[in-house]
Design a binder for this molecule. Structure first.
Ligand code: AMP
Ligand code: MG
Length: 333
């Protein structure tokens, strides 16, 4: 009996020791982090590294925890005080405030994202294509509008644009539904060159803007993978021309938006705008207007501190994610 009491007592003692040595410390430092899952597992720090960096990271974690506990109005007021954009849903505002402090604490001397991942220009593209009200699964879409906006990622100004309609050849007559959806009339496409000519014009225009010259960095940006993997890929197959190299990888803005803000509001173009507190400018499903609005979202992401890097590519007609070589900083959000 005495042996059993000693054994049970010993077990209780050992478990208590284990609890104190493993669980308690993590709980003690966990108050703030528990509220903020997106915190400090990082090894690399922004300024200086080492011990000072750890202090900054700890501070950031505390700040993030505080922001998590603020209500929307409190966050909005703080953003106003800091002269930052105040439109958007709660998740967007919180992310904006966290990004502000992250940049202030880690990279106070850098104007925009400090990583070499930043592009000088975005080429924002949104194709419109032939369609039916209920597109059959094997429907052969043909590109009928090819707009590109050249966006300076530092000023966020649209510095130039390319725009052309394209004349379809498989279904040369647009359905009334397609015209209603896109605003593109039969006359517009009848007067337009066929796709191969338009693509040549596009590539000439890109060269004239310095693309491929090596002195600036460009990235194609689209709202999802479909523009490239479906419309452009099918179009090139149909025309018997090789898929153009500049469009083999791109920034999927929708994907960045979802990962960065983590809103509940959805990632359709109009939903992303609504989450940012913005209204659609122009006519939805007009390629140029869609591109303008995608550029506005991309601009907002850049201003809010998102590193808009190439995140998708096409490999033998299949979309694949492009993973960054290594995460430089994991104190995000
Ligand atoms: P978007 O960029 O959303 O305007 O869509 C690009 C293309 O997808 C359009 O030009 C159409 O060919 C097709 N599309 C988009 N929405 C629809 C729809 N509701 N019904 C049929 N086709 C559509
Ligand atoms: Mg569109």
């Amino acid at each position: 009996m005495l042996n059993e009491i000693v054994l049970v007592g010993g077990l209780i003692f050992v478990f208590t020791l284990l609890y104190l040595s493993f669980l308690l410390p993590s709980k003690m430092i966990g108050n703030e982090e528990d509220n903020d899952k997106e915190n400090t597992s990082t090894k690399t720090v922004g300024r200086g590294g080492g011990g000072a960096g750890d202090g900054v990271l700890r501070e950031l974690a505390l700040t993030n925890g505080q922001i998590n506990r603020m209500n929307k109005e409190e966050v909005r007021q703080k953003l106003e005080e800091l002269h930052l954009e105040t439109r958007g849903v709660k998740e967007v505002l919180k992310k904006r405030l966290k990004s502000y402090y992250k940049k202030e604490k880690l990279y106070p001397d850098v104007k925009l994202s400090p990583t070499p991942e930043r592009y000088d220009f975005l080429l924002v593209i949104d194709f419109e294509a032939t369609c039916m009200e209920e597109n059959p699964p094997d429907f052969q879409h043909e590109i009928i509008e090819f707009p590109i906006l050249l966006v300076n990622t530092e000023t966020l100004i649209v510095e130039d644009q390319f725009h052309s309609y394209c004349r379809p050849t498989i279904n040369p007559i647009l359905t009334p539904f397609c015209t209603k959806l896109t605003g593109i009339t039969q006359k517009m496409v009848d007067r337009a060159p066929e796709f191969p000519q338009v693509l040549e014009d596009v590539l000439d225009w890109m060269s004239s803007k310095g693309y491929g010259m090596g002195h600036s960095r460009y990235a194609v940006a689209t709202d999802g993978p479909w523009d490239m993997c479906r419309f452009l890929y099918q179009q090139c197959l149909h025309c018997g021309i090789p898929y153009p190299r500049p469009f083999r990888k791109w920034i999927n803005v929708k994907k960045h938006f979802a990962n960065f803000y983590q809103t509940k509001g959805g990632t359709k173009l109009q939903e992303m705008l609504a989450s940012l507190g913005l209204k659609f400018e122009g006519k939805p499903h007009s390629g140029r207007d869609d591109a303008v609005n995608i550029a506005r979202i991309a601009g907002r992401l850049i201003q809010d501190g998102c590193e808009l890097r190439v995140n998708e590519c096409l490999n033998n007609g299949r979309v694949e994610p492009v993973v960054p070589p290594r995460a430089k900083l994991s104190v995000s959000n």
